[in-house]
Design a protein around this ligand. Structure first.
Ligand SMILES: Cc1ncc(COP(=O)(O)O)c(C=O)c1O
Length: 397
């Protein structure tokens, strides 16, 4: 067996099952889960129709590179969304379809990490656990940067030592963050690109929540926007990860893309060819339909906005909680032990949330997720309101 597997941490939901397995929830109340980060809004019908209309494509082997029409649709979307000037992104070299960002983040790390070095993979803390597992299985050491309230829930990149940057091979960013909802500001992205040049590391920007934001007039910037602002036409050392899972409520379609540095994507394509993870052609065709439409994405944002408005109105008077920059999570400070809070809330109110300390690692005796919980507002409005009301009553008691 690959002995690196022993280094993998249990997934947060395994820990949660163990925490709640030994207690009995209030049977008088029906269960409400704010724990799962799975989109629950309806998938767009036209995507399902396109998929169904192209099932005959099951008869062909897809290529890892994907069909040109998909890479062109993705390129056009990037141009519209991040103001990338026409011609900067070459669909043939700067874009690759992936089967969701999860597998892409994992496989990308295997491609980029050079095992012969004293490699570090640097990530925010708390973080999406794939970054850590991918680093460990690639033979690198994860290095965690705490995301604290006093720094807007972003890492304090100025506090990172030159030694860490020298050893860093990949810097993971997650913007808007899971679970913090924090956006990495454009100026920070520009500074990080300068650091990547100075210390020769790759920035992997996980932007799978980028389309869930609140102000229709100001879509949040991403790493591609920073490249545009810097006139960085070759996107050197920069790769972004995008997905239809959250944007279009298609977590089961398994469709996303990576875009950026052509040399890195060439190596990634080679890796993927052996990895055997080409996207089925019918999925590619359905994905084109999804990337070409923004109406369903705007409708999706409206649903989240309604839920955040309603839930924050109920919780803000009793809880230290802020509206995030984007995404679908709340990351409140519960002012007490987060695991106890989750367990007691489950017992009293049959509401499930995730302890913050399960989503982050303790470094030097300090866990930046401790004392916080993650609440995903994915359930329908009425259910989110019901959960928020029960949480408020629980806290008041
Ligand atoms: C931060 C983050 N990145 C990536 C993913 C993976 O999403 P997908 O593989 O569906 O694109 C998730 C899913 O929850 C996530 O929270």
């Amino acid at each position: 067996m690959n002995n690196a597997l022993q280094q993998l941490q249990p997934y947060p939901f395994e820990k949660l099952r163990a925490l709640l397995g030994s207690v009995t929830p209030n049977a008088d109340k029906r269960p409400v889960a704010l724990s799962i980060g799975e989109p629950k809004h309806r998938s767009p019908a036209f995507v399902a129709e396109t998929l169904a209309a192209n099932l005959d494509q099951m008869a062909v082997y897809p290529t890892t590179l994907g069909i040109p029409a998909l890479r062109e649709a993705i390129t056009a979307w990037c141009e519209r969304r991040f103001d990338v000037p026409t011609g900067w992104l070459d669909p043939a070299r700067h874009v690759l379809p992936v089967n969701g960002t999860r597998e892409a983040l994992f496989a990308f790390t295997q491609t980029v990490v050079n095992r012969s070095d004293d490699a570090l993979v640097v990530s925010p803390n708390p973080f999406y656990q794939i970054y850590e597992g991918a680093a460990l299985l690639a033979g690198a050491q994860p290095h965690y940067l705490p995301c604290l309230a006093e720094n807007g829930f972003n890492p304090d990149f100025d506090a990172v030592s030159a030694d860490v940057w020298k050893r860093c091979q990949i810097l993971f960013l997650c913007s808007p963050g899971n679970p913090t909802g924090a956006l990495v500001p454009l100026e920070t992205l520009k500074k990080l690109i300068a650091l990547a040049d100075e210390y020769d590391f790759v920035i992997a920007a996980d932007e799978c929540y980028s389309e869930l934001y609140f102000d229709e007039q100001t879509p949040p910037p991403g790493l591609l926007s920073a490249c545009v602002a810097l006139g960085r036409k070759d996107f050197k050392r920069c790769v972004v990860f995008h997905s239809l899972s959250k944007r279009s409520n298609l977590p089961g379609l398994r469709s996303g893309f990576v875009a950026g540095d052509a040399d890195i994507l060439k190596a990634f394509l080679l890796y993927r060819t052996y990895h055997g993870c080409a996207m089925p052609v019918q999925t590619q065709l359905a994905s084109i339909a999804a990337w070409n439409d923004e109406e369903h994405v705007r409708a999706n944002r409206t649903l989240y906005r309604e839920k955040f408005d309603a839930v924050l109105e109920i919780l803000a008077p009793v809880l230290d909680v802020q509206r995030p920059d984007g995404g679908f999570y709340l990351w409140p400070n519960v002012g007490t032990d987060d695991t106890e809070f989750c367990r007691d809330l489950y017992v009293a109110e049959h509401v499930t949330v995730v302890p913050g300390s399960y989503l982050s690692r303790e470094v030097d005796g300090f866990n930046p997720g401790a004392g916080r919980v993650r609440m995903a507002l994915v359930a329908p409005l009425a259910e989110c309101v019901e959960a928020a009301t029960r949480i408020r009553d629980f806290i008041k008691r």
